[in-house]
Design a protein around this ligand. Structure first.
Ligand code: IPE
Ligand code: MG
Length: 236
């Protein structure tokens, strides 16, 4: 969700105004995802690098998260959405951690789309943490190096709970930047990327639906080749 600050600055407003508008955009996108039958949606809301921002801006962002959760949980519950967090939650303000725990509790029985918020998240830190955990298993004699394969490693990442869904199908970045910025580096191995020019406060359900059409038109070969479609009716 990129471009909140620039969106506001271009209008002569303070950056925080862009964050307020950006946060208001989330509802429509989540509703569109649910109505299109998407199983998992991850929003990159705050990166490990975002801690470098001034304290005043960080305070606004955490406040918006808390407000979003308070306001949106009833709607998420109606839509059967489960909430998951990735990132280093221990760095978050106590009030944000409480708001997250309470939202997760309310939504814990939901079995529809999994909405993941990446908060204080960085993919390199996630990968290092997974590697450390595996190394510790080895040191304690509970695993050996040759046990490690891709599925095992995926299972050590913070997205493990998503199972097969942890492999990302589509990454959308708004605001015209064409970078990955330490987002789900392992999980995007075969993802499709769509870069949109709109800043996040201008990205809504309609633009999201448009991106999904672009995605549907992509040919995904996963490193293989596209085989000609067998003629219908031949061999059943
Ligand atoms: C995205 O907007 C929101 C967060 C990273 C929290 P930005 O704050 O990155 O906006 P720009 O990139 O400065 O315009
Ligand atoms: Mg940005």
């Amino acid at each position: 969700m990129d471009g909140n600050g620039r969106w506001a600055e271009r209008r002569g407003h303070a950056r925080f105004f862009g964050h307020v508008r950006g946060a208001a955009r989330i509802r429509g996108v989540v509703e569109e995802a649910v109505s299109q039958g998407i199983s998992a949606l991850t929003l990159f809301a705050f990166s490990t690098e975002n801690w470098k921002r001034p304290e005043a801006e960080r305070t606004v962002l955490w406040g918006l998260l808390e407000r979003y959760l308070r306001k949106e949980v009833p709607g998420l519950l109606r839509q059967n959405v489960r909430l998951q967090i990735i990132g280093d939650q221990s760095r978050l303000p106590e009030s944000s951690r409480r708001a997250i725990a309470s939202a997760q509790h309310v939504l814990s029985q939901c079995s529809g789309m999994v909405l993941t918020l990446a908060l204080s998240y960085g993919a390199r830190a996630e990968i290092i943490e997974a590697a450390r955990r595996f190394a510790q298993e080895c040191e304690q004699g509970r695993a050996s190096a040759t046990d490690l394969d891709e599925a095992t490693f995926s299972g050590l990442l913070q997205t493990a709970e998503l199972g097969d869904l942890s492999d990302v199908d589509l990454v959308i970045r708004t605001s015209g930047e064409q970078r990955i910025s330490n987002f789900l580096l392992w999980q995007v191995a075969y993802a499709e990327f769509v870069f949109r020019p709109e800043p996040w406060p201008e990205f809504g359900a309609e633009q999201f639906s448009d991106v999904l059409k672009t995605f549907a038109g992509r040919e995904r070969r996963f490193g293989g080749v596209t085989l000609p479609r067998p003629e219908l009716g031949v061999n059943g």
